[in-house]
Design a protein around this ligand. Sequence first.
Ligand SMILES: N[C@@H](CCC(=O)N[C@@H](CS)C(=O)NCC(=O)O)C(=O)O
Length: 262
Amino acid sequence: MARGKVKRTAKSKTAASKTKLGKAAAAKKSVKPIELYYWPTPNGFKISIMLEECKLPYTLIPVNISKGEQFKPDFLKISPNNRMPAIVDPDGPGGKPISIFESGAILQYLGRKTGKFYPKDERGRVEVEQWLFWQMGGIGPMAGQVHHFKNYAVETLTYAINRYVNEVNRLYGVMNLRLKDREFIAGKYSIADMAIVGWANGWLRQGQDINEFPHLKRWLETMKARPAVQRGMALGLELRQGIDMKDPKVQAVLFGQRARSA
Ligand SMILES: N[C@@H](CCC(=O)N[C@@H](CS)C(=O)NCC(=O)O)C(=O)O
């Protein structure tokens, strides 16, 4: 994909060399970095956080969705849904490359590959999967609609804003109760927490008051104190600077999309 485009290794050298794992990975010359097709949004952060948590070497390939780079034919071969994030792991199953789109599937793949943050036992795995899919089908899409109607839409549609702000409020309540008696959403820290944090961090823009949800607030603070979460959610933020989501040119790319003919 777009080999001529800006491409940079985002893995922090200091972080890699300071840790035992980083040294081991560096010593293994055959480890090729994972290619991360990415734009700094809550869906992108899920994968940058997981790569940082696992100390996996990766190369950042920005997909500027405000300019329509998600429609480039080479990217569509990897991600036919014209959405980032996506990855290419040169060292996939059988030692052959594999490409993956959909952030939940990528998290599960990386969890299986590394054996980290995704339990192997069936009960532990089901716990994580329930909350991972809760994020994928619930808080992500609903908060996404709030962002759209509250922050990006050129018309103010009160009914739509209320509908999605209320639904996000309900979902925050579910999470708050869940976190009342456990440190992380599935008990132990997992890919489900990584999937949620970027979305929950946007509570203010989603018309919510985090103080109504003390357990969620405590969890969010715990998450944001993790250095890998901080690095993951800082990755590529500079790329977004100066982009105005209300710019008609940007809106023409992102909104009102219909089926492509080929
Ligand atoms: N279900 C997908 C959603 C990904 C998604 O919506 N990505 C957005 C940015 S947050 C995107 O690439 N948008 C490009 C577009 O709308 O054309 C996932 O979790 O990977």
